[in-house]
Ligand binder design. Structure first.
Ligand SMILES: Cc1cc2nc3c(=O)[nH]c(=O)nc-3n(C[C@H](O)[C@H](O)[C@H](O)COP(=O)(O)OP(=O)(O)OC[C@H]3O[C@@H](n4cnc5c(N)ncnc54)[C@H](O)[C@@H]3O)c2cc1C
Length: 384
């Protein structure tokens, strides 16, 4: 059984390690030209499920490097008013959470794999075996094709043309404030991740990251080691024509001076915008020897911070099923993945709507509920 994975991202690489560990024949095809092609991005929060998948699939040395290079995350979570008054603080969970740099995570995942770079997948043909066609004119053969090629998956476009994503109408603007040049940031914004819940229809999320870097086996330092505070503002009627920071500053007039200063003082080249997308619901399909994982099949809004963790869970499950039952394992994988994957999509969409929309009345009510939960420990335990 020759397995081809299209896409060397978080899910595809974790799967490749899991398959190799099980002694299966796997090849990964990635469109990037080299392992250092995309040295950018924010940290990604890896929860206990994602960490368990990584630990199971990765060789012990890669897992150890992941643990050393990732900061810990999950020091609790705070809800604040736009004047930075606490509404509710949730205590850290007992299980360990990680704050992994995307760049570092990718290097850790690439170590030990022979990924074929510069292979931009175009289409496949099926005649018993599967023939993959790449944009450079080359082809490759396999018996099982896994599309792990992210939100704009070409494998999905061909295999399940009715599936795909749609804009949810929410725009987010996010930036980084470097903490080594800004020592005035209030402690409560650094100690834990925080969600600002204003009474108007919008939201802001803030989380700080320590300055960890990653040096590979050859001594090459990847990643930006500076500590920073990441902020993301989201709303559904954002007009960005005047520029990203200006647009956000106009919308948060009257908010705490510190929050305004965070937006104002972030370097413009760290500020970007996203039009939030989410996978359309689809009926479950008949399984074949082509399958999908991660964002390629169930892309979700970033408002729950679980997309990568669900992709890692897919990788762990698919590796197990292929190792146990060969090609027949794909239907068992898809039956489980369909349920939890699309549940995560719905949950993340609900979180996005709660974060960025909601009437002033429902927001005022939510703030009252949070304040009440903060005052009544039994209610807080029941709710969270
Ligand atoms: C702002 C933001 C913050 C987020 N924060 C979190 C978080 O804290 N925690 C969390 O769990 N998730 C988070 N996510 C979601 C997470 O990033 C994704 O869910 C995750 O990266 C999906 O992994 P994947 O392997 O499916 O796809 P990807 O990681 O996107 O990998 C796809 C790979 O396929 C390659 N590829 C694409 N097309 C082709 C082609 N035609 N041929 C060959 N290769 C191809 C790409 O180059 C890439 O390497 C966040 C997302 C955003 C936007």
């Amino acid at each position: 059984m020759r397995i081809a994975v299209v896409g060397g991202g978080i899910g595809g690489l974790c799967l490749a390690h899991g398959l190799r560990k099980a002694g299966l024949d796997v090849a990964v095809y990635e469109r990037d030209l080299s392992r250092t092609d995309r040295l950018q991005g924010y940290r990604v929060h890896i929860n206990p499920d994602g960490a368990a998948a990584l630990k199971e699939c990765l060789p012990a040395a890669n897992w150890a490097r992941f643990e050393q290079s990732a900061g810990t995350s999950g020091n609790g979570f705070g809800f604040l008013t736009e004047q930075l008054k606490p509404l509710l603080v949730l205590d850290p969970e007992e299980e360990k959470h990680y704050s992994a740099s995307r760049i570092t995570l990718r290097q850790v995942l690439l170590d030990g794999l022979d990924v074929r770079f510069g292979k931009r997948f175009e289409r496949y043909e099926q005649d018993g075996a599967i023939t993959l066609h790449f944009e450079d004119g080359t082809t490759a053969e396999c018996d099982v094709l896994v599309g792990a090629d992210g939100i704009r998956s070409r494998v999905r476009e061909q295999y399940l043309p009715h599936a795909g994503t749609e804009e949810v109408g929410i725009t987010a603007v996010a930036g980084k404030l470097f903490l080594d040049e800004n020592d005035w940031v209030p402690r409560r914004l650094l100690d834990r991740a925080n969600s600002v819940v204003p009474t108007s229809r919008c939201g802001m999320f803030l989380v700080s990251h320590d300055g960890l870097g990653y040096t590979d086996a050859d001594g090459v330092l990847f990643d930006n080691v500076r500590p920073y505070l990441m902020w993301a503002y989201a709303a559904n009627d954002l007009d960005l024509r005047e520029g990203l920071q200006r647009a956000v500053l106009r919308r948060i007039e009257g908010w705490s001076p510190e929050l305004r200063r965070i937006v104002e003082s972030s370097h413009a080249d760290t500020v970007s915008q996203w039009r939030i997308r989410s996978s359309k619901p689809i009926e479950q399909w008949e399984s074949t020897n082509v399958t999908l994982l991660g964002d390629a099949i169930h892309a979700m809004t970033p408002m729950r911070g679980i997309g990568a963790n669900v992709a890692l869970r897919d990788a762990q499950l698919l590796a197990r099923k292929l190792a146990e039952s060969g090609i027949d394992g794909i239907s068992a994988y898809e039956a489980e993945m369909y349920d939890y994957g699309f549940a995560a999509v719905r949950d993340s969409l609900r979180a996005a709507r709660q974060f960025a929309e909601g009437s002033p009345f429902s927001r005022t009510l939510f703030r009252t509920v949070l304040r009440t939960a903060a005052a009544v420990p039994a209610l807080k335990r029941a709710m969270f």
